[in-house]
Design a protein around this ligand. Structure first.
Ligand code: PSV
Ligand code: MN
Ligand code: MN
Length: 426
């Protein structure tokens, strides 16, 4: 069930009159504010977000898993799903693989398939949070932090193997997220856990190809509920600095305690040139992996405001690896990803509308009210016609979700794959 350009164009025909009116209205409004609408359209079109190979099936909870009908049962099918997302949105032009869940069998065939779908391979993700079949050592008591050198070495070697797989696909970065930590007070000496982790990361780093980056992800809790070795951005930042200039912190929106000021974290890391990757999702309580922008859209906008500021003012920070990190239990994963992609573009477009010059002037006068107004004016603008226009200009769908439903994509996938297919991984 691969969508083609013509199907999308036919659907667009039905919607283009409606878009014209909405787009002209908005672009007049923006012209009056001296905004360069074409420049914004170009930036929106250039903004590509990777889709992780684990987001295409319905993930489980700790209590059960309800698979979603027509799930992709192979890496090929996952790439086809992402191809459909990209055809509709033109903003999902990359895949992020989780190893060993998605090891390609035939590299050339996978690369060709990705290329045919307009996709590149972004960061590869290692997995030392589960024991793999036939593994000699167990990660029950940690991987890179394990007290047992043999377990640490196995985890180090796994990361090196993941790099090698990524090299064959054209990836340029490795993301490391560790579940290492302790479930009980007193279980583990914090300093020894951190020291082992740092040394293990340095060993992986020493095998990183010259043009690669290493992303160190942090998370405050879960699966361990007492302590996590890399619990926060400060720990990740410290470890990235210890490894070297190709190591960076990765921010995952769901990996913060409630009410953490994530925009300030983003800003600090970009100032220091150490923000490398970014995982989008939303949450009410913890690492909920909910649809981006569905719970705290204003917070997402404030974060994007800092990202845009950093992208424009911090040449010391590299281009970021963007990814949606989500996994759903009961919703069509493709519909969810379409909603997330829309929310990301929406927050980005709104952040692009913030008048940075005016904001700086208001800040320098300590005009607190005006500072807030400037941000809120941008946030309150309905930018959706801009997103639709950017997509349509690039051959994507004016309304991706509506088009996905009108073209009965899920029904087509069920027909091909069956009702009971189960996605690999997770
Ligand atoms: C676990 O919390 C997690 O969701 C991390 O965010 C990783 O990025 C992802 O799994 C894949 O390993
Ligand atoms: Mn993540
Ligand atoms: Mn997570």
């Amino acid at each position: 069930m691969q969508l083609d350009k013509d199907q999308i164009a036919t659907e667009n025909k039905k919607q283009e009159d409606g878009l014209r009116g909405r787009f002209n209205f908005l672009s007049d409004q923006l012209d009056h504010q001296d905004k360069d609408v074409n420049a914004i359209l170009r930036k929106l079109a250039a903004f590509q977000v990777a889709i992780p190979s684990w987001a295409l099936g319905a993930g489980g909870t700790r209590f059960g898993r309800y698979s979603y009908f027509g799930e992709p049962a192979s890496l090929e099918q996952k790439i086809e799903d992402i191809g459909n997302l990209h055809a509709l949105t033109k903003t999902a032009g990359a895949v992020s693989l989780h190893i060993p869940w998605d090891i390609p069998q035939d590299y050339n065939a996978i690369k060709d398939l990705a290329k045919a779908n307009g996709l590149v391979f972004d960061a590869v993700n290692s997995n030392t949070f589960q024991d793999q079949k036939d593994a000699k050592e167990s990660y029950r008591f940690g991987s890179l932090s394990n007290l047992n050198a043999a377990a640490r070495n196995q985890a180090i070697q796994h990361n090196i193997d993941v790099i090698k797989i990524g090299e064959k696909l054209g990836s340029k970065s490795l993301t490391i997220w560790l579940a290492d930590g302790a479930n009980f007070a007193g279980q583990r000496n914090f300093q020894s856990a951190l020291t082992h982790t740092e040394n293990s990361l340095k060993s992986i780093y020493s095998e990183l190809p010259k043009d690669w980056k290493m992303f160190i992800e942090y998370k405050p809790y879960e699966p361990n509920f007492y302590s996590t070795v890399i619990q926060d951005w400060g720990t990740s930042f410290m470890l990235a600095n210890a490894c070297g200039e190709k190591a960076f912190t990765l921010v995952d929106l769901g990996h913060h305690l409630p009410n953490t000021n994530i925009e300030q974290i983003v800003s600090t890391l970009m100032l220091k040139g150490k923000l490398g990757g970014f995982h989008f999702n939303d949450s009410k309580y913890g690492d909920d992996d909910s649809t981006v922008g569905s719970v705290k859209p204003y917070a997402l906008f404030l974060i994007f405001n800092e990202l845009v500021y950093g992208m424009e003012n911090n040449p010391q920070n590299p281009d970021l690896a963007w990814m949606i990190d989500a996994s759903h239990n009961i919703k069509d994963p493709l519909e969810d990803l379409l909603q997330s992609l829309e929310a990301i573009q929406e927050a980005y477009a709104k952040a692009l509308l913030v008048d940075q010059v005016e904001l700086q002037a208001a800040q320098s006068r300590n005009d607190v009210t005006l500072c807030q107004e400037i941000l809120q004016n941008a946030y309150r603008t309905d930018v959706r016609p801009l997103l639709a226009q950017a997509r349509a200009l690039n051959g994507g769908a004016i309304d991706p979700l509506k088009t996905y439903r009108n073209l009965s994509v899920r029904a087509g996938l069920i027909k091909e794959r069956g009702m009971n297919s189960v996605a690999t991984g997770l």
